[in-house]
Design a binder for this molecule. Structure first.
Ligand code: AMP
Ligand code: MN
Ligand code: MN
Ligand code: MN
Length: 279
């Protein structure tokens, strides 16, 4: 396999994306993606439909997931690729993460009620497409619908990010948990969108040192949330750590995502593409 246009990060209605797994698959293929992974947050329930549709349209497919962790109290995402979706450590770990989301969502609703916006948990449930997976994105969609802000990004900026009234602390998985679940299931662990984390350069190096020590093998150099400068910066870090490089749009839906499936920047050609690690 030597894919020319791979996209290993995107979401379906199994987490907080707007399209069903089969629709995401068809859209990826229509955009020219030749190898694809669906990476829903903390849930792998869409993979069978994704794989079937990818096969039907003649597109390469690998299993994927985006695992929510915290590292030094910072929320971070680790993508897992090309794993066995039946492995009990992974299945059980993800189940625990989904359970925690419900309780967190209730607390977010209480926090927003406390500043005079009642009923947001119930409202967000109206946007949930997988009853086991409620995300801040569902809160954001509801808050836009009641006119709290014009756009999703404004809701996050003013209500749903650390320090803002609708943000509550939450215990996610640890870095070791996520990497060990993925590795136990035979997969490759990838740092998702490293350009999004508000970390100092020193903290980023400590984080990547730890990630590598425990078996992490790749980082997203190209991501829908990266600028051209991020691509150059994380390409340098990939070379320094001898990480493989991944690429993903982080597509959530046609109206919400500014980067389409298969349209994130191409990787600098000297980097080792992550698919070389798949077997
Ligand atoms: P959660 O996993 O519940 O903490 O929600 C994280 C999700 O919220 C991300 O995967 C995105 O879908 C969405 N999100 C986070 N920050 C932003 C932002 N600034 N703008 C738009 N969507 C965001
Ligand atoms: Mn999301
Ligand atoms: Mn993410
Ligand atoms: Mn994502």
């Amino acid at each position: 396999m030597t894919p020319a246009n791979f996209d290993f990060h995107c979401h379906s209605s199994v987490s907080d994306g707007l399209l069903a797994p089969a629709e995401v698959a068809r859209r990826a293929a229509a955009n020219g993606v030749d190898c694809w992974a669906l990476t829903d947050h903390d849930d792998i329930g869409g993979l069978a439909e994704a794989a079937d549709t990818a096969a039907a349209v003649g597109m390469g497919f690998v299993n994927g997931v985006e695992i929510s962790i915290e590292w030094r109290e910072m929320p971070i995402h680790i993508v897992g690729l090309a794993f066995d979706p039946a492995h009990p450590a992974l299945v059980g770990g993800l189940e625990g993460l989904r359970g925690g989301r419900v309780e967190r969502a209730r607390r977010m609703g209480e926090a927003l009620a406390a500043i005079g916006i009642p009923g947001v948990y119930e409202g967000a449930l109206g946007y949930v497409t997988n009853p086991n997976l409620i995300s801040r994105a569902h809160f954001a969609r509801y808050l836009v619908s009641i006119g709290i802000a014009r756009e999703i990004s404004g809701v996050f900026q003013h209500y749903l990010t650390p320090g803002k009234p609708g943000y509550v602390d939450h215990r996610w998985a640890t870095l070791v948990d996520a990497v060990s679940w993925i590795r136990a299931a035979g997969g490759v662990a990838v740092v998702a969108h490293p350009g999004r984390y508000k970390m100092s350069g020193g903290d980023m190096r400590k984080f990547l040192d730890e990630f590598k020590d425990i078996g992490g093998q790749a980082i997203e150099v190209s991501s829908g949330s990266h600028s051209p400068d991020h691509v150059l910066h994380f390409a340098r870090l990939a070379r320094h750590y001898a990480f493989h490089a991944s690429r993903g749009s982080d597509f959530h839906g046609p109206e919400e995502s500014h980067v389409e499936l298969g349209r994130a920047f191409q990787l600098p050609p000297d980097l080792k593409p992550v698919w070389r690690l798949f077997h």
